[in-house]
Design a binder for this molecule. Structure first.
Ligand code: NAP
Length: 343
């Protein structure tokens, strides 16, 4: 008999803002472990806004989810049984399979083995995982980050945004973050070392960016969508680069707004380019560099950890109300990399 487990499936296609009732926790029996596969008991599951893109029944760069299918997600877990030559019980891996207590992997696709025990596992789903790598490759490969530039980051207090701002600061850039609410803005300046933070809920972003960046903006790292990009374009410098990382404001809109300020692409020779961070695999050098910055206290991160699968539907819906402070996670088992006293 295969491993009995529980997982979260899509109960109905989502229109507009997600609600916890869009999901259902169901019992599931995994198939017997075939040759070339390994069984993972998940320890932490990630709750990311990007998941929303597959939940409306519409195609994105990955196929849409069907009703009753497990919702895709990143996780870290422990291999507990293996018939795969490269993985043995006890290995800690990060996977992109889904919101489930146990998973079977075929050993293909996104799998990162985590061996650095100097940090707990949670940052490997945030600042050292997909979020941090999106910031790293988005700024460096796509943005062409250089010392002395002025960089604006939107959804700056999120896992991707806060990593992006800190990478730019360490490179010697002036960093301006755009985020919702005073608490997030204070955290960005006081803890994450941003030079300036703009609360888009109470301020006009275009005017605030123009004031905070009198010499113009060289890179916009956008996680939000076209309205935010339009607000920053008038401040962009000649040859400025807009890095399209995410579109969190657009994920719930049927008809998201188009860009208005496109003339500046000609007058200011602007460039706009998106990324899918998996194109930059393997991430080994970037992961190592980020881990050293984190261990040295040069890059900080925040996460919010709920208990069990049950915490996920509400945690996910809350992302679109701006409730999260950094990466949201669900804990399913104690973290073997945490010091004993904290377990
Ligand atoms: N390109 C890639 O390969 C790649 C990989 C991973 C992630 N991403 C993208 O990176 C972005 C950031 O991801 P993350 O995991 O760090 O999540 P995140 O930034 O924490 O996303 C949630 C936050 O988005 C903001 N938000 C939600 N609805 C909004 C709206 N309507 N308008 C403006 N802001 C809104 C809220 O912050 P405020 O309170 O500040 O508004 C909320 O706390 C996402 O768009 C994600 O899809 C891209």
């Amino acid at each position: 008999m295969g491993q009995k487990t529980r997982r979260i499936v899509l109960k109905r296609y989502i229109e507009g803002v997600p609600s916890p009732d869009d999901f259902e926790i169901v019992d599931h029996e995994l198939p017997d472990l075939a040759d070339g596969r390994f069984l993972v008991r998940n320890i932490l599951l990630s709750v990311d806004p990007g998941t929303r893109a597959r939940l409306s029944g519409q195609a994105s760069y990955v196929p849409p989810l069907k009703l009753g299918e497990m919702v895709g997600a990143f996780s870290v877990g422990e291999v507990i049984e293996s018939r795969h030559p490269d993985y043995v019980p006890g290995d800690i891996v990060s996977l992109a399979e889904g919101w489930a207590e146990h998973l079977v992997s075929k050993g293909r696709g996104f799998i990162r083995r985590i061996t650095d025990r100097r940090l707990p596992l949670s940052p490997w789903l945030g600042v050292l995982g997909v979020s941090g790598m999106t910031a790293w490759f988005g700024l460096r490969r796509v943005g062409g980050l250089k010392s002395g530039q002025t960089v604006v980051v939107t959804s700056a207090a999120g896992a991707v945004g806060s990593a992006a701002g800190q990478i730019a600061r360490l490179e010697g850039c002036r960093v301006i973050g755009v985020a919702g609410g005073l608490e997030k803005c204070r955290w960005l300046v006081d803890e994450a070392g941003f030079d300036h933070a703009i609360d888009y809920r109470s301020m006009d972003v275009a005017a605030a960016v123009a004031e905070a960046a009198p010499d113009g903006v060289d890179i916009l790292f956008d996680n939000v969508g076209n309205e935010m990009i339009d607000a920053v374009i008038p401040s962009m410098n000649l040859n400025g680069v807009i890095v399209v990382s995410g579109q969190v404001a657009a994920y719930n809109q049927v008809d998201p707004p188009g860009l208005q300020n496109t003339r500046a692409f000609i007058t200011h020779r602007l460039k706009m380019q998106g990324l899918v961070v998996f194109d930059d695999l393997p991430w080994d050098d970037a992961e190592r560099a980020m881990a050293e910055h984190v261990l040295a206290g040069e890059i900080v991160w925040r996460d919010e950890i709920g208990e069990g699968l049950e915490s996920i539907p509400e945690a996910f819906a809350g992302l679109f109300r701006g409730e999260n402070r950094g990466r949201r996670l669900a804990r399913l088992a104690p973290d073997p990399f945490e010091p004993e006293a904290k377990r």
